[in-house]
Design a protein around this ligand. Structure first.
Ligand code: KG4
Ligand code: ZN
Length: 348
């Protein structure tokens, strides 16, 4: 595949139906994300049956929209990339079935993409006509912080990953979502915590900073500590949601930075990449920007709209997967669990 390559990405691992058209240098020609938030908000979390039904309803329109916004026809495409996992099987299967159908109908090769690896590529997307951000400089250290993952990955070369650490219980995003539910802030929790935290004091509620051996993370204890602090507040006093949200957000960001900075000192990378939905968090971005400066390491962090799930990152990752391994067999399956980049083999 040449630099003229144009990839159609399809992403349906959870509750966003997304399609995007991306050029080989990371220029995003279109990026369509149909959010299902309003369908799930009432239930306080993603309902898998609703998610897969909704994907089925809108996938064709979303793909057509991505092509229209890029002003391209199927014949202009070179490759299709679809998320294979990890995620909700009933959701993944809709995107993968659509990708296989388009691949057959349009005579295009197809690749299967790991959603967690795709998040890293979000840092290298850019608007057409703009100078592309510098591509990974090796070794790189990556922190992937999403609703399902908190992974620290060393990248030693193209596709050469080493998983340094991951969460032993809740992912950072999952902890924020659970904290938001506890504080009555609704779904999705991360953005709700950020909004509430803006009016609160980060040192108002003393919360622990759980540290685990090596480069692993643990957020379950922090969530329990928050629940206890809410219970133990003076019975007469109202719960100051803003203070609780600000203190919890600060604790999550502190824990993420503490372990990432230890890994920086160990790996001494040329670049630090932070990606995934939680990388959209304003406080995290501040702390990591200041920290990267202190460690004299270049920080690559996607613009906010590319931190959360999208298909542009899947398309760009798909381009590299194709260059490394060629097309996928047409009968490839979807997986609710897949190894994180550089992690031990695990497929279910
Ligand atoms: O990467 P993502 O869109 O989906 C997964 O692959 O999981 O990440 C979703 C997670 C959710 O837990 C959501 O609450 C969190 O990212 N999130 C945020 C923010 N925006 C999304 N967390 C903190 N601050 C935000 N602004
Ligand atoms: Zn994601």
């Amino acid at each position: 595949m040449s630099d003229e390559t144009v990839v159609l990405g399809i992403e349906t691992s959870c509750d966003e139906t997304a399609a995007a058209v991306v050029a080989a240098d990371g220029a995003v020609l279109s990026n369509v994300v149909a959010s299902q938030d309003s369908f799930h908000a009432h239930f306080g979390g993603v309902v898998p049956e609703i998610a897969s039904r909704r994907h089925t309803e809108v996938i064709t329109a979303v793909v057509e929209d991505a092509l229209r916004q890029a002003s391209l026809k199927p014949a202009d495409l070179s490759l299709i990339a679809a998320t294979q996992g990890p995620g909700l099987v009933g959701s993944l299967v809709v995107g993968v079935a659509a990708a296989k159908a388009y691949s057959l109908a349009w005579g295009l090769p197809l690749v299967a993409v790991n959603h967690v690896e795709a998040h890293l590529y979000a840092a290298f997307l850019h608007p057409p006509g703009q100078e592309p951000p510098a591509r990974p400089d090796y070794p790189s250290l990556c922190l992937i912080v999403s609703g399902g993952h908190t992974d620290l990955v060393a990248v030693h070369g193209p596709g050469e990953y080493e998983l340094l650490g991951c969460t032993r219980d809740d992912a950072a995003g999952e902890a924020l979502d659970k904290a938001a539910r506890l504080l009555g802030l609704g779904f999705p929790g991360g953005p709700a915590i950020q909004r509430a935290a803006a009016d609160g004091r980060a040192d108002a509620v003393p919360l622990p900073r759980p540290v685990v051996d090596g480069y692993d993370f643990s957020f379950a204890g922090l969530k329990t500590a928050l629940a206890r602090a809410v219970e133990e507040r003076p019975p007469a006093g109202p719960i100051d949601v803003a203070d609780f949200a600000a203190s919890f957000q600060e604790a999550v960001v502190d824990v993420l930075w503490a372990t990432t900075s230890r890994a920086l000192a160990y790996l001494r990378p040329r670049q630090l990449i932070v990606a995934g939905g939680v990388a959209a968090n304003r406080r995290l971005r501040e702390v990591f920007a200041a920290g990267a400066e202190q460690y004299s390491v270049r920080l690559a962090i996607p613009p906010i709209h590319f931190c959360t799930d999208n298909a542009a990152m899947v398309a760009l990752c798909g381009f590299d997967v194709y260059r490394r391994s060629g097309p996928a067999a047409m009968d490839f399956d979807v997986f609710s669990a897949l190894p994180s980049p550089g992690g031990p083999e695990e497929k279910t």
